[in-house]
Design a protein around this ligand. Structure first.
Ligand code: ZN
Ligand code: ZN
Length: 266
């Protein structure tokens, strides 16, 4: 398996979220979960177990999805993150975090665990985004997330259309990889650059190899210089620009069931 091959399924949304309970009787409870569709998922939690919510949140709403971490390269990567965030004491990678302190609210503890996770391998190498869906809950994480992790606010952007119309100016250039000059097959989503007017169109594997020349031994790049426009670009931004595979969403829905997480150790 070469760099980035299989490590990323471009454009798919895999998120791990933190719910906060607004119910006066249970206020301050939190819940960590995995989702491919945050809007629908929080509705399910608030509708109760019969509508697909988890039993731990059922009947205790309303729940607010306060923040979500997204940009995971696969469902499994997100599920492992979810498991470790739920069970920091059981994760050998988080042995340095320590248990919940006396007087520490559940919310504050979960933010502390998250802050350490974002700064700990392997998660510190993922092209993640930290998104406060409820900006009024925002507080600075300590330690601060790595510089390649964007801090954003509000709901996630809607999924990109599956097939983006190719600019007509230079059809041939657009259908060949900027790096290896081989034709980009229909079933491959070429990576395109977020900088306006940049002619880059490349195989994911080609660009990953290019970026990883600076970091031999890594499997997933974080950032690099775009071969098309020479601007610095984040790998996560390139992945986010790729088309999305909505047709595969149904299989991911089953992964939102909470019992799945018990099967996955980090
Ligand atoms: Zn190529
Ligand atoms: Zn570019």
């Amino acid at each position: 398996m070469g760099p980035a091959r299989g490590a990323a399924r471009p454009g798919r949304f895999f998120g791990v979220y933190l719910l906060y309970c607004l119910n006066p009787r249970h206020r301050g409870r939190v819940y960590v979960g995995f989702t491919v569709n945050p809007t629908r998922r929080v509705q399910q939690h608030n509708a109760g177990r019969k509508k697909g919510g988890a039993w731990r949140t059922s009947g205790r709403g309303p729940w607010e999805m306060v923040l979500i971490v997204h940009g995971f390269p696969s469902a499994v990567a997100a599920l492992r993150f979810e498991w470790a965030w739920q069970h920091p004491q059981a994760s050998r990678r988080l042995a340095h975090v320590g248990p919940r302190m006396r007087g520490e609210a559940a919310f504050a503890f979960h933010l502390r665990v998250l802050a350490h996770m974002l700064s700990t391998l392997p998660w510190a190498r993922l092209p993640l985004t930290l998104r406060w869906m409820r900006p009024d809950f925002h507080c600075d994480l300590c330690p601060a997330p790595p510089p390649h992790v964007p801090l954003t606010f509000g709901p996630p952007p809607p999924p990109a259309p599956r097939r983006r119309a190719l600019p007509s100016a230079n059809q041939d250039a657009k259908t060949r990889c900027t790096l290896c000059a081989r034709t980009l097959q229909d079933e491959e989503e070429p990576l395109c650059c977020p900088h306006p007017g940049c002619p880059l169109s490349a195989h994911m594997i080609c660009l990953a190899e290019e970026f990883l020349q600076e970091e031999p031994g890594q499997l997933l790049p974080l950032e690099g210089q775009c071969p098309g426009c020479k601007n610095s670009v984040l790998w996560g931004d390139l992945i986010r620009l790729c088309g999305t595979g909505a047709e595969e969403e149904e299989e991911d829905l089953e992964l939102e069931e909470e019992h799945w997480t018990d099967l996955l150790e980090t």
